[in-house]
Design a protein around this ligand. Structure first.
Ligand code: GDP
Ligand code: ZN
Length: 316
């Protein structure tokens, strides 16, 4: 018998899946035919012995047979290697902090990946009690996105984040940010109840499992409505985008795209062309230099990825 479920954590050949609205995931083996399962995936399961999967019968083993088509997938890539972060994302919360932790290259890379996958994003500028968030506000207020200034320590902005997470149409929210910006502190502030952390159980033993996950899901109960899957991603320092084409990179910068209507050449790369709307907007201070630096930074990575492809002749 087949059943479907939502993946909340993964290890190499197994996943933890929520079945039938249950808030306790079960551990299932991933079929050898299935590649690249990630948190947020809706998957098809079947029991090993072809009998019905029962939530309460922990002695059965289930197999993850296939992944249903995704509405989107946030993923990183390095050379030819793709790393899925989270699938079927309804909202990305990008967490940053003013001062030295305000890594705009990281923020812009995630914004680019989100734009290309049509994932709405909100920027949370945390640690506002430590440093002035104004510089980051100046940069990102030009993008059509919600900005929240917060402090996990004083509680500023926490209600705003909480009410965002209670929007009933959201099922999966992903948190991204470099380590140190206060991601865990925000999660703890929003979900102080340790029971919310997803504890997977084995169908065989009924006991909790140690997971070596890349991204970790938490469930936020929301009264009568469905619980929200909040996915915390590992605090990577770089978000590789080497899979993009130059054109995709441009499309990932929505502000560059709208300025490009003022470029003389339709295929303008906004690097050294004359009468370039982007370069003009930078010179008049309308377009933030840091956004442009992020754009160049990704193009540079794409150049290197091309060289890598040639040097390995397209092989891994
Ligand atoms: P993560 O690596 O992003 O998960 O960051 P953590 O939540 O572990 O926080 C890193 C450090 O910053 C810890 O010492 C936290 O106590 C501290 N921290 C987190 N949020 C805030 C904040 O809003 N204000 C201040 N002053 N410190 C914070
Ligand atoms: Zn241009």
């Amino acid at each position: 018998m087949l059943e479907s479920g939502r993946v909340v954590t993964t290890t190499r050949r197994s996943a933890h899946v929520l079945i039938n609205q249950s808030e306790i995931p079960v551990r299932v083996a991933i079929s050898n035919q299935v590649q690249g399962v990630c948190v947020g995936d809706i998957v098809e399961l079947s029991s090993d012995d072809n009998s019905a999967i029962s939530k309460t019968d922990l002695t059965q083993t289930s197999i993850l047979r296939s992944i249903y088509p995704r509405k989107n997938c946030l993923f990183r890539s390095y050379g030819n290697r793709r790393k899925n972060v989270c699938a079927n994302v309804d909202l990305a919360l990008i967490i940053t902090a003013p001062g030295i932790l305000g890594n705009t290259i990281f923020i812009d890379r995630i914004l680019c990946a989100c734009a290309l996958e049509q994932i709405p994003a909100v920027l949370i500028i945390n640690k506002s009690d430590v440093d002035d968030p104004e510089d980051l506000i100046q940069i990102y207020q030009t993008l059509n996105m919600l900005l929240i200034v917060s402090s996990a320590h004083t509680g500023a902005g926490m209600d705003q984040i909480r009410s965002l997470l209670h929007v009933p149409t959201l099922s999966t929210v992903v948190l991204c940010g470099i380590s140190g910006v206060g991601k865990s502190s925000i999660v703890n502030n929003l979900m102080p109840d340790v029971g919310r952390r997803i504890q997977a159980v084995s169908r065989k033993t009924g006991q909790g499992q140690q997971t070596t996950t890349q991204a970790e899901g938490f469930l936020l109960s929301r009264g009568s409505s469905n619980p929200l899957l909040v996915v915390d991603t590992p605090g990577v320092q770089n978000f590789g985008l080497s899979h993009l084409s130059e054109e995709e990179c441009r499309h990932g910068f929505t502000d560059i795209m709208s300025l490009s209507s003022q470029c003389e050449y339709r295929d303008c790369k906004h690097i050294e062309e004359e009468h370039c709307g982007v370069l003009e907007a930078i010179s008049t201070g309308v377009f933030p230099v840091s956004r442009y630096e992020s754009y160049l930074n990704i193009l540079q990575e794409l150049e290197q990825a091309k060289k890598y492809k040639y040097s390995t002749n397209g092989k891994r």
